[in-house]
Design a protein around this ligand. Structure first.
Ligand code: SF4
Length: 301
């Protein structure tokens, strides 16, 4: 094992979030569910939802059998509801095509809906302890700093950083190593204020010690080159969330007329979105989250 591997594992043992429920359980189904939840939601918000979800759907067969509307209701508080739809679709594919066994190779995992390279490797590492690194932007930042220097602007391509990350994974320790890098990236080697002083990897790190002022300047330069963002309240994602929330509040199995839905939703939307409600409803229907019947009533699927 490399010195960096040994040091990061030692750090993890005393400082890591070893008790996160999906790390304690250690099975591929728990990993699949948690990774879908964590794709765009913070750990603190996911933790209680994960426990409730696992109680409602304790295995992949229970999830595959469940109604999609019930799953979307269970998803409340996590946002990005289309993840619930994709997770349900994955569970159905795994039960129908793989007899309920979650695949353990990257190519097969990536053929499933909503599973990209990161999620596939996370399932391999956390679910099966295969020797891979689930490189995401946080892990890439650490690896870049360690081996290539400050990541802004990037000195090497993502593929080079990822290849170096794969080389570092200690055989038989992928579960802990990936957890360690994730926790290290969110507490020590953070994007804005890395704690280089006292960092257990400082002696191995090309970027160390990072000057916070210079880092801020570099980040500002990059931000200045990017286009200004649309405020969240003016985004289609905001409107999608409000529509799904309204439908989720209906008693199970009931629907609402499209006109009533429009009347309920319009007041909470920014004026720029009000003319686009029908288009957003259509997009939600195309994504499999809601259905609109011939009588123009709307419900969760
Ligand atoms: S020394 Fe600083 S930049 Fe290097 S790994 Fe540690 S926290 Fe990150």
């Amino acid at each position: 094992m490399s010195m960096i591997g040994a040091r990061i594992l030692a750090w993890y043992k005393s400082n890591g979030r070893l008790m996160l429920p999906w790390r304690v359980v250690r099975n591929p189904y728990a990993t699949l569910v948690s990774e879908f939840m964590l794709q765009q939601t913070q750990v603190d918000r996911v933790t209680p939802k994960f426990d409730a979800f696992m109680k409602a759907y304790p295995d992949i067969f229970a999830l595959a059998r469940a109604g999609r509307g019930d799953i979307i209701r269970q998803w409340v508080g996590l946002g990005y509801n289309s993840r619930a739809v994709r997770l349900h679709a994955v569970a159905q594919r795994i039960t129908s095509d793989f007899a309920g066994r979650i695949p353990e190779d990257e190519a097969t995992l990536r053929s499933l809906p909503g599973i990209g390279p990161y999620t596939a490797r996370a399932i391999m590492a956390f679910g099966y302890n295969h020797t891979v690194c689930a490189t995401d932007t946080n892990i890439a930042r650490i690896i870049h700093r360690l081996f290539f220097g400050l990541e802004i602007p990037p000195k090497v391509k993502w593929a080079t950083v990822d290849a170096r990350a794969q080389e570092l994974v200690p055989s038989g320790k992928a579960h802990d190593f990936n957890g360690a890098l994730m926790d290290f990236g969110s507490t020590i080697c953070t994007a804005r204020k890395p704690a280089c002083k006292g960092c257990p990897l400082a002696g191995d790190c090309i970027a160390a010690p990072i000057d916070h002022g210079l880092l801020q300047e570099a980040r500002k330069d990059i931000a200045g080159k990017n286009k200004p963002r649309i405020p969240f309240e003016q985004s289609a994602r905001f409107a999608r969330g409000r529509i799904v929330d309204r439908l989720r509040a209906l008693p199970a199995g009931s629907s609402i007329s499209l006109l009533d839905l429009q009347a309920d939703i319009e007041p909470v939307l920014h004026p720029v979105l009000r003319g686009d409600i029908l288009g957003i409803v259509e997009a939600l229907q195309d994504d499999g989250l809601i259905r609109v019947d011939d009588r123009k009533t709307v419900a969760l699927v």
